[in-house]
Design a protein around this ligand. Sequence first.
Ligand code: NDP
Ligand code: 8X3
Length: 253
Amino acid sequence: MRTVLITGASSGIGTACAETLAAENYRLILCARREERLKALKLNILSKHPTCEIHVMVLDVRRYEETLSAIETLPEAWKNIDVLINNAGLSQGLEPIQDGDIGDWDRMIDTNVKGLLYVTKSVIPLLKKSELAHIINIGSIAGKEVYPNGNVYCATKHAVDSLNKAMRIDLLPLGIKVTAVNPGMVETEFSEVRFKGDVDKAKSVYAGLTTLNGYDIAEIISFVLSRPAHVNINDLLVMPTAQANGTLVKRNN
Ligand code: NDP
Ligand code: 8X3
């Protein structure tokens, strides 16, 4: 039975990964800042998969010491991590760079880049002991292209793209697989967070579109993890059919 640590499990893609992998007998370490969400997710999964083993870990990935300590002090039974899904991330604001908010920039860089690094560095000593070790980095179409006003968010996802490649090189001697899954538009709480709770503005992003949902991404991750030991999928770009690239979409209305 493989153990997976999922960051950003309290919402969207992370929640879908937890539910999908629970159905496939993974043991789950669910991480995020919102403890109540994680506890509710645990209960929900247990109602469907009563034997699933789940450990909830409240974590702000921006805090290195706390992240390291939370992972180092995991109960012994949870120290055999096979898979890390670096999913926690966010966008804040959508303004031209000259109007950008420094606080927004800091939150994105601290979470999407530094947080991903902090979690990865903390988990690698545990992954090193697994014969099936695998890191999945959730990048984005925003890590492959830059779109108007996406500036700093796109930069953070380009950094994830680079780090994904760098990890594959550096971790080669340790036999740890590294995969980037780069989605296009997935309807989650992502846009609500980007627009700081403006639900109408968030909904307008997806109006008239059949977007991806979290389960579309989770199923792909499940497939990536199901490949034999000698096969690694390095990098995947996954778009809704109605989205051609970072900016071009086909709406129904
Ligand atoms: P959601 O907003 O639904 O989920 C984001 C998750 O990240 C939440 O569980 C949140 O948990 C967690 N998170 C944010 N900040 C922190 C932090 N400091 N410490 C720990 N956890 C944190 O968005 P998505 O599910 O869409 O996003 C997941 C990933 O997918 C992100 O990396 C995003 O950039 C990426 N992505 C999303 C796309 C989309 O269109 N939705 C497309 C391409 C990539 P909590 O607030 O409880 O801490
Ligand atoms: C999140 C999706 O469309 O903002 O990475 O690039 S988008």
